[in-house]
Write a protein that binds this ligand. Structure first.
Ligand code: F6P
Length: 554
């Protein structure tokens, strides 16, 4: 099924944007570009009601966007013509929509709490999915209750997840977000970087007798993860002195049974998942084991239920009242019609401080692509640059550019109504700031207003305003609400991928660097000067060889 952007005649450039709806939107953008949002608000007291939406405990206010009813109607037509509804059904149905890897895309099956059958190659995957969730719960309970002991009979106090990318960012973000729910004895640590400082610094503070490692790797071949896992194994063995103790201190999460066994991990302690779970969509699978250990199976199920509720909303709500679809269309509006290059994620919640990093991978590894699913080079911008930080810290750092810079940077503000602490005064200050920022970004301040307020007609004190933002309000950052929030973004990414006609579930762009690194690695300590690269790379390798030889003697 071709996307709206990919429809083209034989003699036209690949990816030409030739659907009539695209041209109509382009013309409409010229009209909207000349309108200020403060005028839209002034003209329509019901703008908030018109452009806001509740799904479960999530409220989305998208009224502070450069849109009208007409804009939204046209954007929804864009989604219809791209066949978002058809692709959505194909995904939920288990069709192999990851076409370059010939795989189904079924993270939704991992949280299919309705438990209706989902088939891949004629097999219902739900019994296996439920079986692994069950095993994770049983295992976690043993560790949490203290029944599972280390090699000296001590209870586990520290869990170390060794993984990278999707095998790190998702569980880490969720662990941090759900910290108020964690088991009081168990601390979870995450090691991802192959810079030895990460593993060394983390393990220095730990006791091998009470530490449990989870080696999380879909492939179990990722160089960074395996290097860190071997180091951790040696660290344990240096102290415990017997191979048999590895089984008490190492478990694995992987699709690769053979490699897990070869590492010395008891196959009974391998938690499996499947090739139809993409790395960056895997926190719902056994990759979430560190989450289950930290917050318990019940809370993990609540997380899955939240995601499932968003899945149901996404699957059944009309496109015009569909939260992920709306977020996706607004992103396309700014990306493809206003030329906005990036999108900021600004949580006003300390517990969500890792959300921007998580979404960087989720979004950019999914939609950072220039070849469409039909193999054509696209001639339109695809994945936005996703970035951000906690909003309140951002206010004292980069918001200057959001308010008075030369770029249009749409932003999502994410807030919890109820805090996890009893420090209500802190929370009110946080919320007042969130509200003030979105208001300032939208309204700005004219020269006349500046003069009236400050007594100076200083241009540098003027704020143009008209900067779009979405506000996403959670009632409270519970496991359920978090599940909804993450699934919201997953589906937003999916819808944008459909509109841009991408395979959002492969990641070939990470391959070349990996290949080159494995060629370069042995060259770093070669006995003779190396060649065969470009002049810069060759010179840098030889410089490193010389200089590191001085210091290591290798
Ligand atoms: O290099 C990118 C990537 O393949 C991600 O997509 C993935 O999340 C990460 O590496 C980790 O892969 P694995 O779980 O196989 O170790």
């Amino acid at each position: 099924m071709a996307s709206v952007f990919a429809m083209r005649k034989q003699d036209e450039a690949p990816g030409a944007l030739h659907r009539p709806i695209f041209q109509q939107l382009k013309a409409h953008q010229e009209v909207m570009a000349a309108i200020h949002m403060r005028d839209l608000f002034a003209a329509d007291p019901a703008r908030f009601e018109r452009f806001s939406l509740q799904a479960g405990e999530l409220l989305l206010d998208y009224s502070k966007n450069r849109i009208s009813d007409e804009t939204m109607a046209m954007l929804v037509r864009l989604a219809e013509e791209a066949d978002v509804a058809g692709w959505r059904e194909r995904m939920f149905h288990g069709d192999k929509i990851n076409n370059t890897e010939n795989r189904a895309v079924l993270h939704v099956a991992l949280r299919n709490r309705g438990n209706h059958p989902v088939f891949v190659d004629g097999e219902d995957v739900m019994p296996k999915v439920n079986g692994v969730i069950e095993r994770m719960g049983v295992f976690a309970e043993k560790v949490r209750s203290g029944e599972w002991r280390g090699y000296t009979g001590e209870r586990i106090t520290d869990v170390v997840n060794i993984g990278i990318g999707g095998s790190d960012l998702g569980p880490q973000m969720v662990y941090q977000a759900l910290k108020p729910y964690r088991h009081p004895r168990l601390r979870v640590h995450f090691i991802s970087n192959v810079d030895g400082a990460h593993v060394k610094e983390t393990l220095e503070a730990l006791n091998p007798e009470t530490t449990l490692f989870i080696v999380s790797s879909k492939t179990f071949t990722t160089q960074e993860t395996m290097t860190n896992a071997h180091y951790a194994r040696d660290w344990l063995l240096t102290q415990s002195q017997a191979e048999k103790h590895v089984a008490k201190h190492f478990v694995a999460v992987s699709t690769n049974r053979g490699a897990v066994t070869a590492f010395g991990i008891d196959p009974a302690n391998r938690f499996e998942f499947w090739d139809w779970v993409g790395g960056r969509y895997s926190l719902w699978s056994a990759i979430g084991l560190s989450i289950v250990l930290a917050v318990g199976a019940e809370r993990f199920i609540e997380l899955l239920e939240g995601a499932h509720q968003m899945d149901e909303h996404f699957r059944h709500a009309p496109l015009a009242r569909n939260m992920p679809v709306i977020l996706a269309l607004l992103g396309v509006w700014y990306n493809n019609f206003f030329g906005a290059e990036s999108h900021a994620i600004l949580p006003y919640d300390h517990y969500l401080r890792s959300l921007p990093a998580y979404l960087e991978q989720a979004d950019m590894e999914s939609n950072g692509k220039s070849v469409d699913r039909d193999g054509n080079v696209v001639d339109y911008p695809t994945g936005q640059i996703i970035w951000g930080a906690t909003g309140i810290n951002g206010q004292h750092a980069f918001y200057q550019l959001l308010h008075q810079g030369t770029r249009l940077i749409p932003a999502d503000f994410i807030v919890s109504v109820e805090p996890h602490t009893e420090l209500q005064e802190h929370h009110d200050i946080l919320i007042a700031n969130f509200l003030a920022q979105t208001e300032a970004l939208m309204r700005g301040r004219t020269l006349e207003e500046t003069q009236a307020q400050t007594g100076q007609a200083a241009p540098y004190k003027v704020f143009d305003g008209n900067h779009p933002s979405n506000a996403i309000l959670l009632q409270k950052l519970t496991p359920h609400a978090l599940g909804m929030l993450i699934a919201l973004y997953e589906h937003k990414i999916f819808v944008q991928g459909v509109i841009w006609n991408l395979d959002s579930y492969d990641q070939w762009g990470v391959e070349l660097g990996k290949q080159l690194a494995s060629r370069i690695l042995p060259e770093l300590h070669a006995g003779v000067p190396v060649g065969g690269h470009d002049a810069s790379t060759t010179a840098l390798i030889n410089y490193y060889r010389r200089m590191s030889h001085r210091h290591t003697g290798i």
